[in-house]
Design a protein around this ligand. Structure first.
Ligand code: FCB
Length: 496
């Protein structure tokens, strides 16, 4: 890798992910015809009917059967870090290292979901969720990342999946949401190809133990975030700043995804499987040809690196050329790897938070107001652009949105309410964009809010609250925010 590329990658990593008013091109008629779903845009029902529950009071109706969900991940909510044989993960190590997280926060207790799971499932039922996306903690299943499974770990997820099904909620499980067993990190972590095989073994164990209970599996959550935050910026575990290592890690995460898909097919189980990718629509900051070219390459690093490899079986040529033939990524590709990475998937899970505006010199610029997370510009049209682009560029693969949400400075008022009106507005605007994408023919089947409840938000610990449900960490009491009440009504009405 050239010094220039190395410098650019580090600079890019240092700037926040980054919206022209360009809102992308609607899908053509052909794509619209391939959509599995049809959209009824109903007219607002008259006010004050005799049975308000029977008459949706909505202007936007979603397709019948559209799935409404919410998402979490193991390390962010479970706590019980030392219980029932769980091993250490890289996030235990990282968060315990002084200076790594706000206030030294860790996920050791988090929202104590490991003990309160039944109460949390009741909450989900009360909200009316169709689907719940959670992740499985690898160090609960294999404390050191290898060998015989820890039965108590598997039992926890079995109870969880059964509890969901008893309440009429479809479980959606992510295999890896960043909590790598520390023992594997000690052996090189995702820089080591061996970790890919360890992941395939772990996936096999989990599929065989839980496969009958879980209709939808997601492999690796946001490989890009591990690459950028874990290995470029270094503010996520394992806290490295090494561009060469970063893109080898990208390759191994993609390979791990593919090996998990293969392991899943080998079990012959009936469920569906796919990757969970955070996609960032990239827009040029101005009209110059230089900004257009820089945006194209930026998009390669943000989106095509992950999408192309899984869905077309090749890495984008511009990114490979930019990294150079001597990069660890280029040297790490073994014959047959791309065939593994592109093993056919059943669906693609997409996560959208923010757009990126790219300047002519390859930097980024802020165009829209941010949330309390400096990296997040609030731009609902980016959701539409991202969804329609995936369908246009990769064909009508079924999509699910597995994350979209907003951190707000929520306050539990003396009267016991949490008035998170900003979150309601954010969700309404983004769901409006989702609805437009459906109308344009995007085969989207479900939507999951990030997050069901407040939780450990990685390097900012408990400072940022993303939940529909407020968690009072001192008492572990759960309180439905205004957004939860709003979302419940959306689910009931199948629209708003
Ligand atoms: C995503 C992560 C999720 C959460 C949200 C805010 O990148 O997958 O765990 O932290 O951001």
């Amino acid at each position: 890798m050239s010094r220039l590329t190395r410098r650019r990658l580090l600079q890019r990593a240092a700037s926040s992910p980054a919206p022209t008013g360009a809102t992308g091109t609607p899908l053509g008629a052909a794509a619209a015809m391939t959509a599995g779903a049809t959209v009824a845009s109903a007219v607002a029902a008259p006010e004050g009917g005799s049975d308000p529950a029977a008459e949706p009071r909505t202007a936007l109706r979603f397709p019948t059967g559209f799935g409404w969900g919410a998402a979490t991940s193991a390390y962010q909510i479970e706590g019980a870090a030392k219980e029932d044989g769980r091993g250490e993960s890289i996030w235990d190590t990282f968060s315990r290292t002084p200076g790594r997280t706000s206030n030294g926060d860790t996920g050791e207790i988090a929202a104590d979901h490991y003990h309160r799971w039944a109460e949390d499932l009741d909450l989900m039922r009360d909200l009316g969720l169709d689907s719940y996306r959670f992740s499985i903690s690898w160090p609960r299943i294999q404390p050191d990342g290898t060998g015989q499974p820890n039965q108590r770990g598997l039992d926890f997820y079995r109870r969880l999946a059964d509890g969901l099904r008893e309440r009429g909620i479809a479980p959606m499980a992510t295999l890896f949401h960043w909590d790598l067993p520390q023992a594997l990190q000690n052996n090189g972590g995702w820089e080591s190809r061996d970790t890919v095989e360890r992941f395939a073994d772990y996936a096999d164990i989990v599929f065989r133990a839980l496969g009958e209970r879980i209709p939808v599996w997601l492999t690796v959550n946001e490989p890009k975030t591990v690459v950028q935050n874990g290995y470029l910026r270094g503010h996520h575990a394992p806290g490295r700043q090494d561009p060469d290592a970063a893109y080898l890690v990208a390759h191994h995460l993609q390979l791990a995804h593919g090996r998990a898909v293969q392991a899943f097919r080998a079990t012959g189980q009936p469920g569906r499987i796919g990757p969970a990718l955070n996609l960032h629509p990239c827009y040029p900051a101005d009209d110059s040809p230089a900004a257009a070219a820089a945006t194209r390459l930026y998009d390669g690093y943000e989106n095509r690196l992950y999408l192309d490899s899984v869905l077309t079986g090749s890495y984008p040529a511009d990114v490979l050329a930019d990294l150079g033939p001597q990069s660890r990524l280029a040297r790490g590709i073994v014959d047959g790897d791309l065939a593994v990475i592109s093993a056919p998937v059943d669906l693609l899970a997409v996560q959208y938070y923010t757009p990126i505006y790219v300047t002519a010199d390859g930097g980024t610029e802020q165009r829209w107001p941010t949330s309390v997370a400096a990296w997040q510009q609030i731009y609902p049209d980016g959701m539409f652009d991202m969804l329609t682009r995936v369908t246009r560029d990769y064909g009508p693969i079924p999509l699910t949105i597995t994350e979209n949400g907003l951190p707000t400075a929520d306050i539990l008022a003396a009267d016991g309410t949490v008035e998170d009106t900003g979150r309601v507005e954010f969700l309404r605007d983004h769901l409006t964009a989702v609805h437009r994408a459906l109308a344009a023919g995007v085969p989207l089947e479900s939507y999951h809010v990030w997050s069901l409840m407040d939780n450990f938000e990685w390097e900012v610990g408990y400072d940022q609250r993303f939940g529909l449900v407020y968690v009072d960490y001192a008492t572990q009491r759960r309180i439905l925010k205004r957004s939860a009440h709003w979302y419940r009504q959306v689910i009931r009405d199948n629209g708003f």
